[in-house]
Design a protein around this ligand. Structure first.
Ligand code: ZN
Length: 401
């Protein structure tokens, strides 16, 4: 059996864009290395896992592409993010993710990210001193203005809503229980939020920020409550030793919940200035020890969500340039795809199928040579792999491996 290197370019697929001569960012990008892999491998389209009436989410689509049923096995974004920033969760704990935000004296949201505050360490240490009856509350810094929160205590429920109305100029919401037994948790969270507001309002760092004309980080927006779920590890499911190389917390969390070893790549941060070279080299090195490498590259998605199709195209070109070191790896199946498509003109995730290529260097594979011009949505539609449901992708990959 070959080793497997799965490269997920988040939000890879897109629609044709008039400004790019009606090409998608992937089509418009100069990608000699991806084109080489596509021409000498096999291509197709992946149909993303979709919940009825909703756009695909990164967590559901990742679980699906690893062959896990998102409906049963997604523990909630809070759990995944909290795991991804390295917090330890025990069964029964309730996890949420949050932001520092700015509200005015009437609780109206001025900025959902508190001016994208970065140095939140002393604010967080103050939050960790807050005592609430019924639970111990742990807060940890995540990237930038973000935080992870764990509630530890008896009879806690993850069935609580969010206080984030997801827009500015409106009042923060009260956290509400989604079921009767969540009342206790709802009370704990709302009490914590009240106390946090007072602690933050009076914090010297925020007083200083106001004097400097910056927005104070005087409120916390919480969402994505979840509890740890017992799900099979990747190793238990497939018998493969797996590692995960990712910059973003969510993707590290997905790797972790599936029991993958997290491999650190210096400068991997989930942004367009991420250390792509370092990540690719870490993946190559990781192949010595592991059977399956999950390499996640985030920024294509974020750029498309900002409507920056040119940036997405350029970022794909940058990924392509850095693929050189892996083109000649032997006895390894290289797969390049996305978790879902992100449509730059819509500035959001979208339902269109995701291009995929599967390649193996010097292999005795019975790949029928495809006469494809390169790696793109349109070309992959003609690929010999055809259309695959995301949840069936792992089976296909294992067949080829
Ligand atoms: Zn995604």
């Amino acid at each position: 059996m070959r080793k497997i290197l799965l490269i997920i370019i988040d939000g890879l697929g897109d629609e044709p864009i008039p400004f790019l001569s009606n090409k998608t960012p992937l089509e418009a990008a100069k990608t000699p290395n991806l084109d080489f892999l596509a021409r000498n491998g096999i291509c197709g389209l992946v149909l993303p896992w979709l919940e009825k009436g909703k756009l695909p989410t990164s967590e559901d689509t990742h679980l699906a592409l690893f062959g896990f049923d998102p409906k049963k096995e997604n523990p909630g974004r809070g759990v995944l993010e909290v795991l991804g920033i390295g917090m330890e969760i025990l069964p029964g704990n309730v996890c949420l993710r949050g932001n520092f935000a700015t509200v005015n004296e009437n609780g109206i949201i001025i900025d959902r990210r508190a001016g994208r505050i970065e140095n939140t360490e002393s604010l967080i240490s103050a939050l960790n001193k807050i005592k609430v009856r019924g639970a111990k509350i742990l807060v940890k810094k995540a990237f930038g203005h973000r935080i992870g929160i764990i509630l530890k205590g008896k009879n806690l429920s993850e069935k609580v809503g969010s206080n984030d109305p997801k827009k500015v100029g409106v009042k923060v919401l009260k956290i509400l229980p989604k079921e009767k037994r969540a009342k206790k948790t709802e009370k704990i969270l709302n009490e914590f939020l009240e106390k946090a507001r007072s602690v933050l309002e009076n914090h010297s760092q925020n007083k200083k920020r106001i004097l400097e004309g910056k927005l104070p980080a005087n409120y916390i927006l919480l969402r994505g409550a979840g509890k740890l779920k017992k799900i099979k590890s990747f190793k238990e499911k497939y018998g493969l030793r797996a590692s995960c190389i990712a910059g973003g917390a969510l993707y590290k969390g997905i790797g972790k919940i599936l029991g993958m070893d997290l491999i650190k790549a210096e400068g991997a941060n989930g942004f367009s200035n991420t250390n792509l070279k370092g990540k690719i080299l870490a993946a190559k090195k990781s192949l010595r020890k592991y059977d399956f490498i999950f390499l996640h590259i985030k920024a294509a998605d974020s750029l498309a969500e900002d409507g920056n199709f040119l940036g997405k195209k350029e970022f794909i070109e940058k990924i392509d340039k850095n693929l050189k070191p892996i083109l000649k790896i032997k006895d390894t199946l290289i797969i390049v795809s996305g978790d879902h498509s992100t449509c730059s003109l819509l500035k959001s995730h979208c339902k269109i199928p995701i291009p995929i290529l599967i390649y193996s260097n010097g292999a005795r594979l019975s790949f029928e040579k495809q006469k494809l011009a390169g790696f793109s949505e349109r070309n992959c539609k003609k690929g010999k792999l055809g259309k695959i449901k995301q949840i069936d992708l792992m089976k296909k990959i294992l067949e080829y491996a």
